[in-house]
Design a protein around this ligand. Structure first.
Ligand code: ADP
Length: 276
């Protein structure tokens, strides 16, 4: 589905954001990129829609290398959900969802805001599926709460039935309860369609709760690649080495049972990490 082969990125100022990353993400997988800020998560995500060009290596979708030449034809396969929602505040929920299909619309339809009926029906279905009500449909995006706006962001991301949804810290602006609701909606939408999700997160617990697979990134490299239930304290420590303050911020305290065997890998737990 989505593959990176020996992918590197050096920005114009010399920052080496990715170092020879090789990674394959199959259809339908909910894959979380976990790591401290600056690890290269956003760079990796944005290469899948070519918002960032690799300096070396190959990024492919279904075996086709993404290039400037085929970018337009591959674009509908990949959509993105943003940390700050990126909705147009003065437009309605309906129009924001339809905005996800602009690349498929004739210019006159966009200019006159005259959208095909089938797209309006599809938008209405999606809005309902992300847990919003009919009354929200014609409301301006600016009148919605953060959690509601991100639901609209999810609906927009699915309107062209993409193969891959990229989510860049999609719940970083939301409180823990709403974050869980939003991630559950994203996961349900993706699983029901067989869509792959690549989602960057910095909250270890949320990664464990929602990911099928966790890719641990540090300093432009993949240093861990495991199933969510295989993530243990040693791996988390390695991922956040030198960024322990970020880890502490993201962890809510849990208590390990007193008699738990310390020699076998334990599910990650903030308290245990603090004792390492
Ligand atoms: P993350 O998403 O894990 O926080 P990023 O991919 O945003 O990491 O950044 C990886 C590294 O690349 C960081 O050191 C960051 O400062 C740097 N970086 C990101 N974008 C640019 C850019 N446009 N120009 C220069 N350096 C950049």
């Amino acid at each position: 589905m989505l593959s990176y082969t020996g992918v590197s990125k050096t920005y114009a100022d010399g920052t080496q954001a990715l170092k020879e990353v090789t990674l394959e993400i199959p259809a339908g997988q909910f894959c979380v990129l976990l790591g401290p800020s600056g690890a290269g998560k956003t760079t990796l995500l944005k290469m899948a829609n070519y918002l960032v060009r690799p300096s070396g290596g190959v990024v492919s979708i279904d075996g086709t290398q993404i290039t400037d030449r085929n970018l337009q034809s591959l674009r509908p396969y990949v959509s993105m959900i943003h940390q700050h929602f990126n909705l147009v505040p003065r437009l309605s929920v309906e129009e924001n969802v339809i905005a996800g299909a602009l690349s498929k619309l004739k210019l006159w339809r966009v200019l006159f805001r005259s959208y095909p009926e089938h797209l309006r029906r599809q938008a209405a279905k999606l809005v309902e599926s992300v847990g919003l009500q009919e009354k929200h449909f014609l409301r301006k995006a600016s009148e919605l709460s953060g959690g509601q706006q991100q639901r609209v962001g999810i609906a927009r991301a699915f309107i062209l039935e993409p193969k891959i949804v990229l989510a860049d810290e999609p719940v970083a602006s939301l409180d823990p309860k709403i974050s869980r609701e939003v991630l559950q909606i994203l996961k349900t939408a993706a699983k029901s369609r067989g869509t792959a999700v690549v989602c960057s997160l910095h909250q270890v617990e949320l990664a464990q709760e929602f990911a099928d697979r966790i890719i641990g990134m540090h300093d432009g490299e993949i240093i861990a690649d495991c199933k969510a239930d295989e993530l243990d304290a040693a791996i988390v420590k390695k991922i956040y080495e030198g960024h322990e303050n970020e880890l502490e911020e993201s962890v809510s305290q849990q208590v390990l049972p007193a008699d738990q065997d310390r020699d076998t890998p334990q599910p990650f737990n903030g308290k245990e990490y603090a004792n390492c």
